[in-house]
Design a binder for this molecule. Structure first.
Ligand code: BDR
Ligand code: CA
Length: 304
């Protein structure tokens, strides 16, 4: 089993990613942490609790993280993810609570206590992770790798260059990409190809209560491409299960932290700046058909 910490801002695609992570037997989820992003941190954390209850996984600790980016003003994406961050399905009221420790302390404790280094998957801004690295740099050897949704080498979704998670907290992204940790960047280069078609969104409504929930939130999701809706964050979990669906390239990624290109991620593809240094495995292509086929096949299992 792969032991994981999931740091998220649910968020509709985060919610779907978490649904798979909560139900796949390959994973041992040690901790869920919320960060401000698609909606406020109070709401993203509440959404983690809601999903954990929906899947009867209240055994997994949930911790609340950063309320705002390190330096920039916080702006949410409720225009895409709705006011609650998880619209389109009537989740019952939550009955359990976040743990007392905040996300950074909780991550530190869990990493420290783990016998082996752990993988951290981040599908929101990297504020919590940057704070962890700043406050507890000695914990780095306990982090096996970071699998990040975010960034892009081929154009942005909030400006012509910037992807939302990096744009929301570019200073945090800069710290993370300079951390020396083993980083896999799964950005818009692949996630804009990994769509769930509008027909599939309708069809999955018939696949049990989980299908109804996923169809509901995906219908309410305002991230729309011509052929369907992108499942950005789901790609991180898919990558852990099926790395063979992805094409990766190693690059030196620089994060732009100021000016009109703020939030941009630049790969020094021709080694003009970085003297051969590399800091990330970057997903540059995906088998999009295999993605949708895999995703649809997952849903029946998630009902069990
Ligand atoms: C990313 O931004 C968020 O709105 C999504 O949840 C995803 O993590 C895509 O750019
Ligand atoms: Ca997200």
């Amino acid at each position: 089993k792969e032991a994981l910490i999931l740091d998220m801002d649910p968020g509709i695609d985060d919610a779907v990613a978490l649904s798979i992570a909560l139900t796949r037997p390959e994973f041992d989820l040690k901790l869920l942490t919320g960060v401000a992003g698609n909606v406020s941190v109070e709401k993203t954390t509440a959404n983690l609790l809601k999903l954990a209850e929906f899947f009867n996984r209240t055994d997994i600790p949930v911790a609340m993280g950063a309320k705002a980016p390190l330096r920039r003003e916080f702006k949410d994406a409720s225009y895409i993810h709705g006011a609650s961050g998880m619209p389109g399905y009537d989740f019952p009221e939550i009955t359990h609570q976040p743990i007392e420790a905040d996300a950074v302390e909780a991550m530190y404790q869990v990493l420290n206590d783990a016998p082996e280094p752990l993988t951290i998957v981040a599908t929101g801004s990297y504020t919590n992770i940057a704070l962890l690295l700043n406050q507890h740099p000695e914990i780095k050897p306990k982090i096996k790798r970071l699998v990040l949704m975010g960034g892009s080498l081929s154009g942005g979704n909030v400006s012509s260059v910037a992807e939302f998670n990096v744009f929301t907290d570019p200073d945090a992204a800069d710290i993370v990409f300079n951390s020396g940790l083993d980083i896999t960047m799964i950005g818009l280069d692949v996630t804009l190809k990994a769509l769930l078609s509008n027909q599939s969104i309708q069809d999955v409504a018939k696949v049990g209560e989980v299908g109804k929930m996923i169809s509901g939130v995906m219908t309410a999701y305002n991230d729309v491409e011509d052929d369907g809706k992108p499942m950005h964050d789901v790609n991180t979990i898919l990558f852990l299960l099926h790395p063979e669906f992805f094409t990766l390239e190693d690059h030196m990624i620089y994060v732009i932290t100021d000016g009109p290109a703020i939030g941009g991620t630049i790969a020094d593809t021709q080694d003009r700046w970085s003297n051969g240094q590399l800091n990330a495995h970057v997903a540059v292509d995906i088998d999009a058909q295999a993605f949708e086929k895999w995703f649809l096949a997952e849903i029946p299992h998630m009902n069990q």
